[in-house]
Design a protein around this ligand. Structure first.
Ligand code: F0G
Length: 354
């Protein structure tokens, strides 16, 4: 069997807008684990599977879209790309641009990006602009700059390429399960991922690979839940920094995903997000970043309210890797056992703290 070569050179190539002239700028993204969660299945009475997108090369689902966006930018001879980001898009853009030999410019909200993500952009050589504002300000500026200057915008807004790459997550899930799930849960920020995932399921059913479609359940942080309220939020606030978005750019796509699938948007509190974040690490062995746990938080919330029928097949996207945000992982404090440098002292220290 040929080893995995990334999305553009995978069996999904025919579903991507590439030609023989498109260079595959790839870090071998995609083909991420779909793990059955025994813990969440027992808790909810459903068959719950976790799509671990943190296993992508730069640690988030963004790589699926970025391989497409940067490959096409390279094909078009772009010298520079630009994006706005809460962190993951900038890390991904910086890595793929580095691989393509293209300059990347990333606009991030000052003081509001997990350090691991900033570190990625730094190491990959991005030009990092810290904007005195939120993600929505960064995106507005990035769009204006891309309109006026010879720099390609690689945010999913207006970038059908990004969405085409992100659709592949649905193809992989259907191929792994042999059918689409009943329900697909995921965190929602700017709206691109729920849009692309839904489109992916539709495309794959049209191909005959699945006979049904899931309901799309999108979860936002309570302090940053414009799609839940049906109107933009001027000052979005949540500790889950990746989804601190007040004015989602892919609003219409996200609403279409909900409406066409008979799905829903709902809000989860930061407490619920962090509870799910801890639970995933503790019981499933999957370390995600806080925002990534919003889909699990939402599933648990609906289960507790009696709003989900047992026996359903549920897939939850875990969008990003926990290693990116160590402030979050250590924020509760943690216990260490001090010991000397001999085996006997370690044995003694363990006994004393048992
Ligand atoms: N989860 C994580 C870890 C994210 O980084 C994002 C978005 C989302 C969920 C939400 O996905 O925007 O497609 O609805 N991060 C963007 C960024 C905003 O700049 O990295 P969405």
């Amino acid at each position: 069997m040929t080893p995995w070569q990334g999305l553009i050179n995978s069996r999904y190539r025919r579903l991507l807008p590439v030609t023989d002239r498109t260079p595959a700028v790839s870090l071998h993204e995609g083909n991420t684990p779909l793990l059955r969660s025994r813990h969440l299945s027992e808790l909810t009475g459903c068959d719950v599977h976790l799509k671990n997108e943190g296993a992508n090369p730069t640690g988030s689902f963004k790589d699926r879209g970025m391989t497409m966006a940067i490959s096409k930018a390279a094909e078009g001879g772009a010298q520079a790309v630009i994006c706005a980001s809460t962190g993951n898009t900038s890390a991904s853009a910086a890595a793929y641009a580095a691989r393509a030999g293209i300059t990347s410019v990333v606009l991030v909200p000052r003081g509001r990006v997990a350090l691991g993500k900033l570190g990625q952009a730094v190491r990959h050589g991005a030009r990092i602009v810290e904007v005195d504002g939120g993600f929505d300000d960064c995106l507005r500026i990035a769009r204006e700059l891309a309109d006026r200057h010879p720099v390609a915008l690689v945010n999913s807004v207006g970038n059908e390429l990004r969405l085409s790459g992100q659709r592949t997550v649905a193809y992989e899930i259907v191929d792994a399960l042999g059918e689409a799930p009943d329900i697909h849960c995921l965190p929602v920020g700017n709206g691109g991922n729920i849009t692309a995932t839904w489109q992916g399921y539709r495309t794959y059913r049209a191909e005959g690979a699945a006979t049904r479609l899931p309901r799309m359940w999108g979860f936002q942080a309570a302090g940053a839940a414009p799609l839940v309220h049906g109107e933009p939020v001027a000052r979005p606030e949540t500790s889950a920094s990746a989804i601190r978005v007040g004015h989602p750019a892919t609003w219409r796509g996200a609403v279409a995903a909900r409406d066409e699938s008979g799905g829903l948007f709902a809000a989860v509190t930061d407490e619920q997000i962090f509870e799910a974040y801890r639970m995933l690490a503790r019981h499933d062995g999957v370390f995600v970043e806080p925002a990534s746990a919003a889909g699990v938080a939402g599933l648990l919330d609906r289960h507790r309210r009696g709003l989900i029928d047992p026996g359903r097949t549920v897939v939850v996207t875990l969008t990003g890797n926990g290693l990116k945000d160590q402030d979050a992982s250590l924020q509760d404090g943690y216990d260490v056992i001090p010991a000397g440098s001999s085996t006997a002292e370690v044995v003694e220290a363990l006994r004393l703290t048992a």
